[in-house]
Design a binder for this molecule. Structure first.
Ligand code: F6R
Length: 243
């Protein structure tokens, strides 16, 4: 794992945005895997600025978002699709047909997960997967537990994950769906490159375990140690246990 430590979320986000845009220059038809959450907000802002200033052309890029809440329709407030529209997609020149989401309101969750895997494979796999990390060590919504799923699947969210995602659901964790659809561990690990962003002291413990600890289903992000090209990008607070 390559680890970079930045002064704060602004430097970190700017560095990752520049890296992504460099890749886009080299490979205009770049296939991206994208996260939601609080951590990447400034990263998306940086990408929008680069795009608005004419430094980034997304017209040939393809995106796959990592996860979506089960039972939440794409147009519903709180869906990750709404988040991505608001913070990123509506501000850039991406071809709408190249934006891919899991549909949390699909009639069959299993069929929806299979469809997503097939779409990723048909696109040729993900070039750069951007990740955040939950304070409990989840990536995507691959929650800690006895086992992990390899492929895109339906997952039961842990209470701490529902608490962390309460904001778009009126601030009440009880309003956060109990289940989600998420890319699986193999889906993520098959990306050709991975960049993981982590900021804030509440991530320090799991970041240290992820980089130095054993591979364990109790900390799904630890499996990133198996990947040959992972860039872990941290602010000083998230890095303080690995200094
Ligand atoms: C969301 C996702 C999650 C988040 C993680 C961290 O699409 O994949 O794994 O990256 O829950 O969330 P924040 O950034 O809000 O701390």
């Amino acid at each position: 794992m390559r680890i970079s430590i930045f002064h704060g979320v602004h430097d970190l986000s700017a560095a990752l945005a520049r890296d992504l845009v460099d890749r886009l220059h080299r490979t205009p038809a770049l296939i991206l895997g994208l996260p939601t959450g609080r951590t990447p907000l400034h990263f998306y802002r940086c990408l929008v600025t680069l795009s608005t200033e004419g430094h980034a052309d997304f017209s040939r890029a393809t995106t796959f978002n990592l996860d979506e809440f089960l039972g939440v329709a794409p147009e519903q407030a709180g869906s990750y699709q709404q988040y991505m529209e608001r913070h990123f997609f509506r501000h850039i020149n991406i071809d709408r047909r190249q934006i891919h989401f899991l549909n949390g309101a699909a009639p069959s969750a299993d069929a929806e997960c299979a469809r997503y895997e097939a779409d990723i494979a048909a696109a040729g796999g993900i070039d750069l997967q951007v990740l955040g990390i939950g304070a409990n060590g989840h990536i995507g919504f691959n929650e800690p537990g006895e086992h992990l799923a390899a492929r895109t699947h339906r997952v039961i969210l842990r209470p701490e994950t529902r608490r962390a995602n309460a904001a778009p659901f009126g601030g009440d964790p009880n309003n956060v769906p109990t289940e989600a659809l998420s890319m699986g561990m193999a889906t993520i690990l098959q990306a050709r490159s991975i960049a993981l962003m982590a900021t804030g002291a509440e991530k320090a413990e799991c970041v240290a375990e992820m980089t130095r600890g054993p591979l364990t289903t109790r900390l799904p992000a630890s499996f990133l140690q198996l990947h040959p090209d992972v860039h872990v990008m941290l602010d000083e607070a998230a890095a303080r246990r690995i200094r």
